[in-house]
Design a protein around this ligand. Sequence first.
Ligand code: ATR
Length: 277
Amino acid sequence: MDRYAVIGNPIAHSKSPWIHAAFARQTAQAMRYEAVLAPLDGFADALARFRAEGGRGLNVTVPFKLEAFALATRCTARAEAAGAVNTLAFTDDCILGDNTDGAGLVRDLTVNLGCPLGGRRILLVGAGGATLGALLPLLGQHPAVLTIANRTSSKAATLAQAFAPQAGDTRLGGCGFDALAGQGFDLVINATSASLAGELPALPPGLYAEGALAYDMMYGRGRTVFMQAALDDGATRVADGLGMLVEQAAESFALWRGVRPDGAPVLAELRRLIEAG
Ligand code: ATR
């Protein structure tokens, strides 16, 4: 049976084995998918071992996405743009690196949440790895405005400059939080790691245009602090990143198996399990 796994450190609480088992059942694919804990200094060895044992592909998670990018012998354009790899596919002579995070985000937004991005004003908060992975797929949707705002404004400006050649007719810019005052957005995405520390990015009030969606890439039971703050500040709708998690997995599954699973029913079931604790 074809073998796949998610590899990271820590890995015990990864939902990927559950998600891929659900996709395999749904699409009647015979495959195994496990979780592999790699030592912090042992990613390359763990990858080589899994491949030597006949493994067909890996999902790569924290903290190995940059190392996976370096070890891939060929990368997709979206992985190149992200400078990070969350999906590896093995053939005899090639380690293909892909990054499905941004595509998963876009699919969750446009399909699961019914939020079209073309012509919209989008604010992306943060300028770390999560933002980098999302930029090219978001630009591919042709928003009218894509503003990157970061606590350290220089990082946002650098990112905006780097992606200017891909911006097309999107108004792409980078700034600090203060410069956002007085602007309205249709979609605000929290791509910072602030929630990991239970913190909130110090955004000025009044960022949400009428009907706006606030999206937190983090997820958990109930609303995240970012979602609650967004509602308090006038967001019409809020969503967490559980759908992005499911949809990036669906995209990886499609790359490996050539069949695209339907993420929505798997997301609904996963949500039910998480809310039930
Ligand atoms: P990674 O690349 O792994 O995502 P990172 O490069 O450290 O991690 O990026 C984390 C992002 O979250 C950064 O944009 C960071 O802002 P700074 O560049 O100013 O450090 C942002 N971040 C983390 N904690 C934050 C907080 N409390 N408020 C606002 N932004 C925060």
